[in-house]
Ligand binder design. Structure first.
Ligand SMILES: NC(=O)c1ccc[n+]([C@@H]2O[C@H](COP(=O)([O-])OP(=O)(O)OC[C@H]3O[C@@H](n4cnc5c(N)ncnc54)[C@H](OP(=O)(O)O)[C@@H]3O)[C@@H](O)[C@H]2O)c1
Length: 267
C-alpha cells in the first residue's frame, strides 16, 4: 500500500546517506523499506518534530501553500472558504488565508473540529456540516459578503451549495473530492455552469506535484511561518503498525484532526 513515511536510515550503502539520519520518502506501508536513495529527502530534526515532514512541512503543507497562494491568488480583505477545513491540508489553508489578510471560513464534520478552527486557528467563522440541514442557508448566514476564494477538499453537496455564495470573479481550487472517492456510481450533481458565466468564475484542479520545482521555496516559507508562530498544527497519531488500516479508514470517516499519522517505532 502506497504511503509516505519519515524514518531513520538503519543501514546504508549509499554514500549520501549515513546510518541514523532521518529521511522522508514514499516507501509505503511497511516497517522497513529499501531505496536507492533517489526519492529520499533528508529531514533536519532540529527544525521541527520529524512527524511534521509528513504534515505541515511536507506534502499536505505544500498542497495548501501552492493551492491557495498560486492557484487562488487571494487578496487581503477577501473571504476564503475551505471545505475539509480541520484536516491536514484544510487546517493550513485557513491559516494561510489569515496570514494573507483574508477572512477565513471553514466547513468540517464535528463540533470539536469547529472549536479548533475558531478558538485555536483563528478562523473567522465555521460550521459543522453534519449538523446543518441547509448548507446554502448556512453559508448565506455566515458569509453574507460572499466567497471570493473556495478551496475544495471534499466536493459533492457541500461544494454544490457554495456556488450561489460566490462573488464576481471568484477563484476555486479543486484540491480533493473526498466525498466522491468511494462512490460506485458518479453522483448526478446540479448543473452549475451558468454560475461560471454570470460570475466569471475561474476553477482549476491541481496536484501538488505540479509545483515540485518550487518545493524548497514553499518549505522555506512554511518553516519561517511555523517558527514565527504564525502557523499551528495538530496531528492524530495512532500507535502500532498493525493499526495502519484502521487509522486510514478512520481518516476517511473524519476521525482525524490535522494530519493522520501512524507511529511505527519509538523514534
Ligand atoms: N491535489 C493534491 O495534490 C492533493 C494533495 C493532498 C491531498 N489532496 C486531497 O485533499 C483532501 C484533504 O486531504 P488531507 O490529507 O488533508 O485529508 P484530511 O482532510 O486530513 O482527512 C480527510 C477528511 O475529509 C473529511 N471527509 C471525509 N468524508 C467526507 C465527506 N463525505 N464530506 C465532507 N468531508 C469529508 C473528514 O473530515 P470531516 O470530519 O470534516 O468530515 C476527514 O477528516 C483530500 O480530498 C485529498 O485527496 C489533494
Amino acid at each position: 500500500m502506497t504511503g509516505r513515511i519519515v524514518g531513520e536510515v538503519v543501514k546504508s550503502k549509499n554514500l549520501s546517506f549515513q546510518e541514523g539520519e532521518i529521511v522522508r520518502g514514499n516507501l509505503g506501508w511497511q516497517e522497513y523499506g529499501i531505496s536507492t536513495g533517489e526519492e529520499l529527502v533528508k529531514v533536519n530534526p532540529d527544525i521541527a518534530p520529524i512527524s511534521t515532514a509528513l504534515g505541515i512541512l511536507g506534502m499536505p503543507g505544500l498542497t495548501a501553500y501552492f493551492g491557495l497562494l498560486d492557484i487562488c491568488q487571494p487578496k487581503a480583505e477577501e473571504t476564503v472558504l475551505v471545505s475539509g477545513a480541520a484536516g491536514a491540508v484544510g487546517s493550513i489553508v485557513g491559516q494561510l488565508a489569515k496570514i494573507e489578510g483574508c477572512r477565513a471560513v471553514g466547513i468540517a464534520g464535528t463540533d470539536e473540529k469547529i472549536s479548533y478552527l475558531l478558538d485555536d486557528l483563528g478562523f473567522d467563522a465555521a460550521f459543522n456540516y453534519k449538523k446543518t440541514e441547509n448548507y446554502r442557508h448556512k453559508l448565506k448566514e455566515l458569509v453574507p459578503e460572499g466567497t471570493d476564494v473556495y478551496f475544495d477538499n471534499v466536493g459533492g453537496e457541500i461544494t454544490d451549495a457554495v456556488f450561489p455564495n460566490l462573488n464576481l470573479r471568484a477563484r476555486i481550487a479543486i484540491c480533493g473530492q473526498i466525498s466522491q472517492y468511494n462512490l460506485v456510481e458518479p453522483e448526478p450533481g446540479p448543473r452549475l455552469f451558468p454560475y461560471f458565466i454570470v460570475k466569471r468564475i475561474r476553477m482549476q484542479g491541481f496536484l501538488v506535484f505540479d509545483f515540485i520545482d518550487r518545493y524548497q521555496e514553499g518549505l522555506r516559507q512554511m518553516t519561517k511561518w511555523l517558527r514565527e508562530g504564525k502557523l499551528k498544527y495538530r496531528e492524530t497519531i495512532v500507535n502500532g503498525f498493525e493499526n495502519t488500516p484502521t487509522a486510514f479508514i478512520d481518516m476517511l470517516k473524519g476521525g482525524n484532526i490535522g494530519k493522520q499519522l501512524v507511529k511505527v517505532s519509538g523514534l
